[in-house]
Design a protein around this ligand. Structure first.
Ligand code: FE
Length: 129
């Protein structure tokens, strides 16, 4: 699964809920996803294509109800784009390999980066260490 995967192929691979977030830029309701309150060590990967995206080492308690990280594992694996939808100016975060929508990044995060990657649980799969 990558940037060349068709809409039909994505619909086969993903659940309806995953499709709405990853491919149609939806947002899961806060405090409903499976990872916002998870504290185990491991790697969070793209639920669409398996690319490693975030490490539990950079996960922090944001209070937002979505899993939050202060930096990606590898900047080469994520893409950031300006998003002006819903009357806000935000920075969207996407999986670089498959173009899947992950969430948004804000500049109110903790040290050392000051960034808060606010990511939908449903866009992620977790590999326990
Ligand atoms: Fe992906």
């Amino acid at each position: 699964m990558d940037n060349d995967t068709t809409k039909e192929e994505w619909k086969k691979k993903l659940t309806k809920e995953q499709y709405q977030v990853l491919r149609e830029k939806g947002t899961e309701p806060a405090f409903t996803g499976k990872y916002w309150n998870q504290h185990e060590k491991g790697v969070y990967k793209c639920a669409g294509c398996g690319t490693p995206l975030f490490s539990s080492e950079t996960k922090f308690e944001s209070g937002s109800g979505w899993p939050s990280f202060y930096e990606p594992m590898d900047e080469a694996n994520v893409q950031e784009e300006k998003d002006t939808s819903h009357g806000m100016i935000r920075t969207e975060v996407l999986c670089k390999n498959c173009g899947g929508h992950l969430g948004h990044v804000f500049e109110d995060g903790p040290k050392p980066t000051g960034c808060r990657y606010c990511i939908n649980s449903i866009s992620l799969d977790f590999d326990k260490e």
